[in-house]
Ligand binder design. Structure first.
Ligand SMILES: Cc1ncc(COP(=O)(O)O)c(C=O)c1O
Length: 453
């Protein structure tokens, strides 16, 4: 039974019927989930009125804070017209506007937008489009994807087949598509001894080799550009992506950029591919696209891909992939407002001082006895905790250091969700300077409360 001494009936009812994602439900016997009643800006407020700073943007989706007047209005205005309509044989203005904006704002080779409703699915769509493209262009033997070690692209079976994190894939290993894992950048523990700031992605060699050796059978390479989120916000320099683009051009294979976590301002720019003038074959978007209002995803594809599907109906070259809520109009309306907020009044350049402040705070964080590395790209930052700074030895999983720090954070009014031994920050972009200081200071206090000074 739940340890909720007669207070919140809702929690007992939750425990009776709900199975939460990515949660050992037994943990909730002793620590019930937060019962959040409302959101205000970057704060979540529970049933007792206690406020928590949402430093992880509610699973990396929220950009402009909770309960935002303009996003609320966009949603309500659209709801008063039409909440949902199927998207095959039917179109609507919110989707037309959104597709047009996405094409305008992303690299010029991406001309077509396929809507779905979550990040994993945006990846599934890219994988399927790539496979079908090769089949329809006479290279049906190209059936395998290359992914990096520690990659994460979602948890449906297709997405898991390009996942490099055992925690997510091992229980399903025997049914996953056979893809190829290549050792990717590991900058904090660079086996070649280089530094992220000055290297030339010497670690690209295994990728080059895998492409060369499997040139006949590779459909494409999938990456999380610059930040491998679920791996613990592992960060690597853009030169790796530049090399990848050249190599994939050379071997005439597809590049799939999974920007589900990093797009829409997180790295300080709208899209990583746009910032570095890279031209992926596919671009997967979700999470921030509606600023955390409603589920929506988009897979952008190049014109060459689209044209391989465009033919007489009898050819049966169409792309058969549909979800009931594809391009949901409420979600598209929120996405359109999100893009307006991101692109008006020099919003993104306004992030620069905040990014600088996070950097400054990082310098203090490095003084912590347990901080192996403080890393940052734009508005994403992470502290990797180690037992020993010299040897970079990690804390064993059984010690649940991250979980204990999460609990200490809750006591102090911040909601973190550490990834193993990595305490990370991916706050709503509207976080203020004072709040940035509180966020990092409180995280450091929580770390010290668990590990000592
Ligand atoms: C890079 C990346 N791709 C895909 C996904 C999956 O998105 P969703 O949880 O919406 O299915 C995530 C989620 O964290 C992600 O970080």
């Amino acid at each position: 039974m739940h340890n909720n001494p007669g207070k919140d009936q809702g929690l007992d009812r939750d425990f009776r019927n709900i199975w939460h994602p990515c949660t050992q439900m037994k943990d909730h016997e002793s620590v019930p989930p937060l019962h959040i009643e409302r959101g205000e800006g970057i704060y979540l407020v529970d049933k007792d009125g206690k406020r928590y700073m949402d430093v992880i943007s509610s699973w990396w989706v929220n950009l402009f804070g909770h309960n935002h007047p303009r996003l609320n209005k966009a949603l309500i205005d659209q709801a008063s017209r039409m909440a949902h309509v199927l998207f095959a044989g039917v179109t609507h203005t919110p989707a037309i506007d959104l597709a047009e904006s996405l094409v305008k704002l992303t690299p010029p080779n991406l001309t077509r937008v396929f809507f779905s409703d979550n990040g994993s699915t945006s990846v599934e769509v890219a994988l399927k489009m790539s496979l079908q493209y090769w089949r329809q262009t006479g290279q049906a033997q190209r059936t395998r994807f290359i992914h990096l070690t520690d990659s994460y692209h979602g948890e449906t079976l297709g997405a898991l087949s390009v996942c490099g994190i055992n925690l997510f894939r091992e229980k399903f290993e025997n049914v996953l598509m056979e893809n190829i894992e290549v050792a990717g950048p590991d900058c904090y523990r660079c086996p070649l001894g280089f530094k992220r700031e000055s290297c030339e992605a010497e670690c690209f060699e295994p990728m080059e080799k895998a492409l060369e050796e499997n040139r006949e059978t590779i459909a494409g390479v999938i990456v999380e550009p610059l930040v491998q989120g679920a791996a613990g916000m592992k960060m690597y320099p853009p030169v790796y992506l530049e090399k990848l683009e050249k190599a994939c051009d050379n071997f005439k294979t597809h590049t799939i950029y999974d920007e589900v976590a990093v797009a829409f301002g997180r790295t300080g720019s709208l899209f990583v591919c746009g910032e570095y003038e890279l031209k992926p074959t596919f671009l997967c978007l979700s999470k921030g696209i509606t600023s955390g209002y409603l589920p929506l995803a988009a897979t952008l594809a190049s014109e060459e891909i689209y044209q391989a599907f465009y033919d007489e109906p009898a050819s049966m070259k169409l792309f058969i992939h549909s979800h009931s809520y594809s391009a949901n109009p409420l979600a598209c309306a929120c996405a359109n407002e999100t893009l307006t907020l991101l692109t008006e009044n020099k919003f993104l350049s306004g992030l620069k001082p905040k990014i600088e402040l996070i950097k400054e705070m990082g310098n203090k964080t490095r003084e912590l006895k347990w901080c192996g590395e403080f890393r940052q790209i734009g508005m994403i930052a992470a502290i990797e905790l180690v037992r020993n700074k010299q040897s970079k030895e990690t804390f064993p999983q059984e010690e649940r250091v991250g979980y204990k720090i999460y609990l200490e954070g809750l006591k102090r009014g911040i909601l973190m969700r550490p990834l193993g031994n990595v305490i990370y920050f991916i706050p709503p972009l509207v976080i203020t300077d004072n709040e940035i200081e509180t966020m990092i200071n409180t995280a450091c206090e929580s770390i010290q409360a668990v590990l000592g000074e």
